[in-house]
Each structure stands twice: as C-alpha cells, then as structure tokens.
Design a protein around this ligand. Structure first.
Ligand code: KG4
Ligand code: ZN
Length: 337
C-alpha cells in the first residue's frame, strides 16, 4: 500500500466548471476547466442562473475527464473535495451535490473546502519549498484580503476591502471604458499600450483603518473622468485610462502589502486569486520583495483564476488534519475565512 493520498476535487463557485485530481496536496495529476466566459460575455458579467444550468450540464463530463486525464477510476481516489463557499449559491449547489453523490456512491470521505483557502493553497502546487507561516495577498473577483497564513488552513485576516474587490473594480472599469467582460485580462493587455501616468486617479483610503482597502472611489473617479471628457468633447484614450487605473490599483495593493509585511515577523510573501495573474501587480510585488531580500510566491496564471487543483491542494491539508464532512454539507454563499 502506498502512503500517497489522491483527492478528486470539484470547483463550481462562479463561472468555471472544474475538476482535478491532486496527489499529496502538491502534485496535479489532472486539471480540467470548462470556462463559461463566452456565455456570459454578452451580458457583461456572470448571470447566476445561466451559470448554474451550465454547471449542471458540464459537471459530469468534466469530472470524468479529470479522472481519465489522471489515468484513474473513482476507486483509486482517497477522498472527494468540493468548494462549498463563498460564491454564487446555485453554482455552488451543483458542485456540492455532485461531490456528495460521488462520495456516497463510491464510499469515499467528503471534504468541503473554503474557496479562498483554495486560492491561497494554489501556491503549494508549484512551490515545494513554501510552508506556513507566510503572508498572502488574495485578490479575486469577489475578495481582497491580506492574511497571515499561520498554518495549513489557518488564517488571520490583517486587512480586507470595505467595498469592491480588486477584480470587481477591474471588471467595472473595463465595462465603463468599453473593453467588455472579463475586465481584468483586457485591462492588463490594453494598459501595455497606454501611459500609466497620464491621469492621477486616487488611491482609496479608509478613514478608521490603517490597512483596509477601498476601490469604489477609484471606480467613481474613472467614471467622473469619462463624463467630464464627454462634456468637454475630449476624445478619451482608453489605453491611458486602463494604464492609469491599473497603476492606482497596483500601487495601493503593493504599498499597503509591503507596509504590513515590514511590520510583521513574516519573511515569505505569496499572491493569490484571479487578479494575481495581472502582469503589473506580479512585477511590482516581485520588485518590492526583491528590494527586501525576499521572493514573491505566485501561482502560474492557470492556478490563479478559478480551478479545482487549488481545491485539491487545500483539501489535502484539511483531510490530513482530520476534517470530514457529512452528507448534510450545504452551499454557504457568504462563508467567512
Ligand atoms: O479568482 P477568480 O477567478 O474568481 C473569483 O473567485 O472571484 O477571479 C476573477 C477575477 C475577475 O474579476 C477578473 O477580471 C480578474 O480576476 N482577473 C484579472 C486578470 N485575470 C483575471 N485582473 C487583472 N488582471 C488580470 N490579468
Ligand atoms: Zn476564485
């Protein structure tokens, strides 16, 4: 008998139907992602009901493909893991019910995973040397958290956003300047052709907190800029707006993260979540950390945006810590970290 532990993981919290097989929390044997982006593009954002229906249609083929790619059958895996929150309730329910059915039918243990814990754990896949404690900036479409990872699956939140998440700001601004959905990758690309110092957008500050983030003011500033250009008949330069907006987000994330990092006793820093695939953010944090003699841990882009391999990585540490869920596991849309 081998001591290896293989987990079949499922992720359906938003608009990606994903399944993966991960061995010992760090080795990805398969990683299948069916992205619904094209389906939601014409609506300018994710439509929860459409997402739920597509998950229902795709979940079985995606799980089958993940097992086939890993050259495994259900009997070969040791546990079934699934994201049970936070996220959209309909999409979450599809994954949770699928995982429960498989766990019951195959007689395998069930492990529910927190989506953000999954994003953070994506860093374990390609960085065998990364172990807690470390600091992690999680920036996704729904979350902006600066956390101390004190142990596997153990988190202390240092700062969070008070309003929009970083990814949400990217998506809203992209829509306003006509780049469409999903905004993050489009702004990332368009910004390369623009002047990041063309416009000085504000960096959101929260009055009663040293470190918390706020991105709604920045979004309003971009809208105001667009309006005033329109009223004065000035042609807007989309690339300059994208680059200037992105500079503002990157600077605030980077400066605040380094302030917290410098005041902590942590010596490792990781980045996670969909926005972690942003080129400017990765470069700025890598430079800031290099200046401090530290390195930036960041997943490859495919493990930054939603995927099930990260859920398999997080589930391994939950499973080995003894976490098991019953068939009463439910979707929890606002699950806290
Ligand atoms: O983690 P994720 O796939 O889903 C959530 O859990 O929310 O993150 C999706 C978010 C979207 O807001 C998307 O615009 C953003 O990540 N994103 C990016 C980039 N790629 C994805 N934001 C900035 N630059 C990118 N390259
Ligand atoms: Zn996510």
């Amino acid at each position: 008998m081998s001591d290896d532990l293989s987990i079949l993981a499922i992720e359906t919290s938003c608009d990606e139907t994903a399944a993966a097989v991960v061995r010992n929390g760090r080795e990805v044997l398969s990683n299948v992602i069916y992205t619904q982006i094209a389906l939601h593009t014409e609506y300018g954002g994710v439509v929860p009901e459409i997402a739920s229906r597509k998950h229902v249609e795709k979940i079985n083929p995606v799980v089958r493909q993940a097992l086939a790619d890993a050259k495994m059958e259900l009997k070969d895996v040791d546990a079934i893991a699934v994201t049970y929150g936070p996220g959209l309730v309909g999409p979450l329910l599809v994954g949770v019910n699928c995982a429960k059915a498989i766990a019951w039918a195959a007689g395998k243990p069930l492990v529910g995973v927190h989506h953000i814990s999954g994003h953070i754990s994506a860093n374990y896949i390609e960085h065998p040397d990364l172990e807690p404690p470390y600091m992690c900036l999680v920036v996704s479409g729904g979350h902006t958290h600066l956390v101390e990872v004190t142990g596997y699956g153990e988190y202390r939140i240092i700062a969070r956003t008070r309003d929009d998440a970083a990814g949400e700001a990217f998506d809203k601004v992209a829509r306003a300047i006509g780049l469409g959905y999903p905004g993050g990758p489009k702004i990332d690309k368009t910004a390369r052709e623009g002047d990041a110092h063309a416009i000085d957008f504000p960096k959101g500050k929260v009055r009663d907190s040293e470190y918390d983030f706020s991105f709604s003011g920045l979004k309003s500033a971009v809208l105001n800029h667009l309006n005033s250009c329109k009223m004065q008949g000035i042609e807007v330069n989309t690339a300059d707006i994208a680059a200037s907006f992105q500079r503002s987000v990157v600077e605030v994330l980077c400066e605040r993260s380094m302030e917290v990092f410098d005041n902590s006793d942590m010596d490792k820093f990781a980045l996670a979540g969909g926005v972690a695939s942003n080129t400017a953010l990765r470069n700025a944090l890598a430079d800031a950390l290099a200046a401090r003699g530290a390195k930036l841990y960041v997943p490859s882009p495919v493990y930054c945006t939603d995927n099930a391999a990260m859920i398999g990585a997080a589930a391994y540490y939950e499973y080995t810590a003894g976490v098991r869920h019953g068939y009463d596991l439910n979707a929890v849309p606002n699950l806290s970290l």
